[in-house]
Design a protein around this ligand. Structure first.
Ligand code: AMP
Ligand code: MG
Length: 401
């Protein structure tokens, strides 16, 4: 039996980045950039107005107030999307709309609220402008030649906007790993199958499928196979086009737990088959023709935790996410908890922020078949190997789910 940290290292050391593919801008959301992207233009391109108002030279506004306004001749109106056709001279102003380019000779914009038109082509200005008032400078967002996004960046909605603003209609991202899921067990039926005594619905297929999507990979459902070594072999072979194969069930000590044996017969180089943790102690990991194979335990919570602790970091690394280690934070126990010595616990927990600290308590019963407490948990409490009893008030590590 190996420790969690050792198990995770032995997984991560076998992972290389996937190749990349070119995708349309919107398809890059939540994916990882596989290229550095520079802008070949200033954004914004031209100095433009941040307000609807009048563009003029601030030097002509000295002393202007509501009681003693300065009057300017309006030489033209500049809409957003059009270009100025005249230079602004002394005591002249151009009527300007938000986003329209600032004409030559003007260094500031007086907003419309601080003005009043007089006749057809004159405007009174009630306030003194300082240089660059209400002007958005060209290149103030991005300068021509600037690095906009570096390889390894997770593409968020804001990055999508940034990329649109520089005209990047497509880009290279790391490919999503394909992850096969195979449920095993004579008792296991699918969600749409007719229920019968002695059977059990494959919640694992669906929770794993969702976890795979959530982490940014592509799930491939291979269905359910009974506890029959030959059928198991055939099904595992069906996953050969995938980057990762996940099985659930059949990895414990039972007479019908064939997954490990079958994987070995298929030529899998098994790296470990038991980890000092709870839930999820029986878990097989190995390499089959360069693919990662995880034999996850059948119990619904164990399979989800196995995914969270081992499969998720593996996928994150494949995707090129720079920081795939989940952050752990300190929290204070709100009740006593007992555990078995020698195992690292990942207890389903409810954690909340109160008076400047996180307080945490178990989210109900912790049996590895009790999915309800996984559903209501917002975090995992991480309890160290060597302790048997942690009293209320003890500081523990938690990670949010
Ligand atoms: P096993 O490791 O195959 O003995 O499975 C352990 C427990 O998990 C048993 O109670 C199984 O019925 C249950 N189990 C196995 N596969 C699934 C599945 N796909 N969905 C939900 N529970 C399962
Ligand atoms: Mg089974």
């Amino acid at each position: 039996m190996i420790r969690v940290e050792q198990a995770l290292n032995s997984i991560l050391e076998h992972i290389s980045l996937l190749s990349h593919e070119e995708v349309k801008l919107l398809e890059s959301l939540n994916r990882v950039a596989a290229e550095d992207i520079y802008t070949d233009m200033d954004v914004p391109y031209l100095n433009n107005s941040a307000m609807d108002g009048y563009a003029l030279c601030s030097c002509d506004t000295t002393g202007a107030t509501k009681a003693s306004p300065k009057t300017f001749k309006i030489i033209e109106t500049i809409k957003a999307g059009s270009l100025p056709s005249k230079k602004v001279d002394q005591n002249q102003a151009a009527k300007i709309m938000t986003g329209a380019p600032v004409p030559e000779g003007a260094d500031s914009v007086i907003k419309v609220e601080d003005t009043e038109e007089e006749g057809k082509d004159r405007v009174k200005i009630f306030t003194q402008a300082k240089d660059e008032l209400n002007i958005r400078k060209s290149g103030e967002d991005f300068k021509k030649g600037e690095l906009v996004l570096s390889s390894g960046t997770l593409i968020s909605p804001a990055y999508i906007g940034v990329l649109a603003s520089i005209g990047q209609a497509s880009l290279k991202v790391f490919k999503r790993p394909k992850v096969a899921i195979l449920a095993t067990g004579d008792e296991v039926i699918d969600v749409e199958d007719t229920f019968a005594k002695g059977k059990l619905r494959s919640s694992n297929t669906y929770s794993l499928y969702s976890q795979i999507i959530e982490v940014g990979a592509s799930p491939v459902n291979l269905g359910i196979v009974p506890d029959d070594p030959q059928r198991l072999k055939e099904k595992i072979n069906e996953g050969s086009g995938c980057d990762i194969i996940l099985t659930s069930g059949g990895v414990s000590m039972g007479e019908y737990d064939f997954v490990k044996v079958v994987l070995e017969e298929l030529g899998t180089d098994i790296k470990f088959c038991k980890v000092a943790m709870r839930p999820g102690k029986p878990i097989v990991f190995g390499l089959l023709d360069g693919k990662l194979v995880f034999g996850l335990p059948g119990n619904p919570v164990s399979s989800m935790i196995g995914f969270e602790i081992f499969v998720k970091p593996a996928i994150s690394k494949m995707l090129g996410r720079p920081n795939c280690k989940k952050q752990e934070v300190d929290a204070v126990l709100e009740e006593d908890v007992e555990k078995k010595k020698g195992l690292k616990y990942f207890m389903r927990a409810q954690t909340r922020w109160e008076n400047g600290i996180y307080l945490t308590h178990p989210a109900g019963p912790q049996g590895s078949g009790i999915l309800k407490s996984m559903a209501i948990a917002n975090s995992l409490m991480i309890l160290p190997y060597d302790q048997e009893f942690l009293s209320k008030g003890t500081k523990v590590k938690i990670r949010f789910l």
